[in-house]
Design a protein around this ligand. Structure first.
Ligand code: OSB
Ligand code: MG
Length: 398
């Protein structure tokens, strides 16, 4: 019944003492937060971000009560993946969360063993593992990045920005200019058929040799290969997810025809798929999102695989609130995250983030990794409650 990617340690797993946390309560918040600007991709446009937040309350024999927060990154609509806030709510409330109160969990593998039998629903599971890791970090009085197994030398992580499809080229160019001025280390723009070579050429003409990449969110087919081959002339760092998520063979065929590296996002759902994609030559770079792959442990397994094969990875984003964002910062401290990720400052997404202080980007395009225990940012519960549209809690029977 055991699935090889689940419940197992990986070689870079940090050496931590068992942390016997007894779960005293779990809370689940369905939040809806207005975005500072709508975000448009090849599959649609969002004005608000919906997600679930998991709060795990535990008791440690020595440290007493601790809490941990995680984020379920599924969106309101199944445009990016089949998971939605609604499916995650269903799976978590019916099958995963009710059995946690009262359980004593010394590490994330024992946590994962409680829901290993649930097929699929990686984003739902990831939110729970994130909450546990934050609580574990606080029980150990360690910053979250240490519990992720990060490299202590990576005290700042390089970051880029992902710009949605704009109504006009002028709007796009002024956003590129703004984020370059703020120091972001690379620009990613969203493309779709008919909206690809023109914006890329306009950015190259205006800004020259900046680190630039595009993300198609699976909008093309192999029949469009000539359109994508035309992008080879613009020296892009990579083309992210050009074809259908399940089509590793066509991605391999396309990669043979392109000079530009392909980076896979939606296609990489677990470490086995990552191995298949690398073996087939479907990509040369992988975007790791902990939600998409089932949680921090799975993200680390894919990181380790890529590292052993010399394949660079970077941390993707899902317009996270500060809670998911701080987990992404911790993940990015692993040594294989050599390319700038999509983890931008809080002000790119929200007027008011759920954490204090908000995430900010240094003038050199890095985010400073917090050194305080746990997330390293304070979750402002009053704000979480203000944006909550649905709530459920489970408490240990006393
Ligand atoms: O494909 O990487 C993607 C946002 C939502 C869903 C999918 C994607 C994105 C982004 C934005 O590109 C990343 C971010 O800024 O969080
Ligand atoms: Mg993407």
């Amino acid at each position: 019944m055991s699935h090889p990617s689940q419940g197992r340690a990986t070689h870079s797993a940090p050496d931590l003492p068992p942390t016997p946390l007894t779960v005293t309560a779990i809370e689940l918040f369905w939040v809806r937060m207005p975005l500072v600007a709508p975000f448009e991709t090849s599959y649609g446009r969002v004005h608000d971000r919906e997600c679930l937040l998991v709060r795990l309350e535990g008791r440690h024999p020595d440290r007493g009560p601790v809490e941990g927060w995680g984020e379920v990154v599924a969106d309101a609509d199944p445009g990016y993946s089949y998971e939605t806030t609604g499916t995650a709510w269903h799976v978590l409330t019916e099958f995963i969360l009710p059995r946690l109160p009262g359980a004593t969990l010394p590490d994330e593998h024992t946590l994962r063993a409680t829901y290993e039998w649930v097929r699929g629903h990686p984003m739902a599971k990831a939110g729970v593992e994130m909450a546990y890791l934050d609580a574990r970090a606080r029980a150990l009085d360690m910053p979250l990045w240490r519990v992720y197994g990060g490299d202590p030398a990576r005290d700042r992580i390089p970051v880029g920005v992902s710009i949605g499809i704009q109504d006009s080229l002028d709007d796009l160019l002024s956003l590129v200019e703004r984020w370059l001025q703020r120091g972001y280390r690379r620009i990613k723009i969203k493309i779709k058929p008919g909206h690809d070579e023109e914006p890329v050429r306009a950015i190259r003409d205006r800004f020259g040799d900046i680190p630039l990449m595009v993300d198609a969110n699976a909008a093309y087919t192999l029949a469009d290969a000539p359109r994508l081959e035309a992008l080879d002339a613009y020296d892009l760092m990579m083309i992210e997810q050009p074809l259908h998520e399940d089509d590793l063979l066509d991605h391999a065929e396309l990669q043979r025809r392109l000079r530009t590296p392909i980076c896979l996002d939606e296609s990489i759902k677990h470490v086995h798929g990552a191995r298949e994609a690398l073996t087939l030559g479907s990509c040369r770079i992988i975007n790791i999102k902990q939600g998409r792959v089932g949680g921090p442990s799975d993200a680390r397994a894919i990181h380790d695989l890529c590292r052993s094969r010399g394949v660079p990875v970077w941390c993707g984003g899902m317009l996270e609130t500060g809670i998911g964002r701080s987990h992404n910062i911790a993940l990015t401290t692993l040594p294989g995250f050599t390319l700038p990720g999509d983890t931008s400052g809080s002000d790119r997404y929200y007027h008011e983030d759920l954490i204090d202080p908000p995430v900010t980007v240094n003038p050199d395009g890095t985010i400073t990794v917090p050194r305080e225990p746990g997330l390293g940012y304070r979750v402002v519960r009053e704000r979480v409650e203000r944006y909550t549209v649905k709530y459920k809690a489970w408490r240990q029977a006393s």
